[in-house]
Design a binder for this molecule. Structure first.
Ligand code: CA
Length: 221
């Protein structure tokens, strides 16, 4: 899952980005409100971690513009201790959740999972498509009850398909979900990950529609 981190504090931003990566997220990081606006206009992130006190445009302004564009992406705001007004203003401006600094990175990751799960219309932690199930928290994948060992990218790719069963996605769309800015993407990397998924799970887990894209059938059995 790809998230945008907006934080001007270099140490904290770096720690959040590294921590989320370690927990299996793809995390892009920007350091001011104007850069956040630009990044959010691309619509490639599944959730946003937004600091309120930012240079060039406050987090509250970024949030107001985002919701003004009717963008429903889940937003978790970060506020300083003793700033209950910020939290109230943020929630009223359309934030979905908040954390008070300093916070635990494991809690941040769990809250992001909960937010994206609810945005996807499900309260359950694990997601299932037919006989395939995936737990974003534990990274467990089972196929017909049998546990699968997947690499991090294979897991992310499978997760992207399982969030959109029946939907045809282009290679570009999938790469956007799988890779952050500045990450090297080898031209055939996606096909290699797909090949592994088909080999480990079963060949029909994802279908290739020539010249169109890729789709996970809704009725995997
Ligand atoms: Ca700040």
């Amino acid at each position: 899952m790809r998230v945008l981190v907006v934080e001007d504090d270099a140490l904290l931003g770096d720690a959040i980005q590294a921590g989320l990566k370690q927990k299996g997220f793809v995390a892009d990081w920007v350091r001011d409100g104007a850069a956040a606006d630009l990044a959010l206009e691309t619509g490639t992130h599944a959730a946003v971690v937004l600091d309120i006190g930012l240079p060039r445009r406050s987090g509250l302004e970024v949030l107001a513009r985002l919701r003004g564009r009717k963008d429903p992406v889940p937003v978790l705001i970060l506020t300083a201790r003793d700033t209950v007004e910020d939290r109230i203003a943020g929630l009223d401006a359309g934030a979905d959740d908040y954390l008070v600094k300093p916070f635990d990175l494991g809690e941040l990751a769990a809250r992001l999972r909960a937010l994206t799960r609810r945005a996807g219309g499900s309260a359950a932690a694990a997601i299932a498509v037919g006989a395939l199930s995936l737990d974003p928290a534990t990274h467990e994948v089972t196929w017909r009850g049998e546990a699968m060992a997947l690499s991090r990218k294979e897991f992310s790719l499978l997760h992207a398909f399982m969030l959109n069963p029946g939907k045809v996605m282009t290679r570009g769309e999938l790469e956007d979900k799988l890779y952050g800015w500045g990450e090297e993407i080898e031209s055939n990397a996606m096909e290699v990950h797909l090949h592994h998924l088909r080999k480990k799970i079963f060949p029909g887990v994802v279908r290739t529609l020539r010249g169109v894209g890729y789709v996970m059938p809704r009725d995997l059995a």
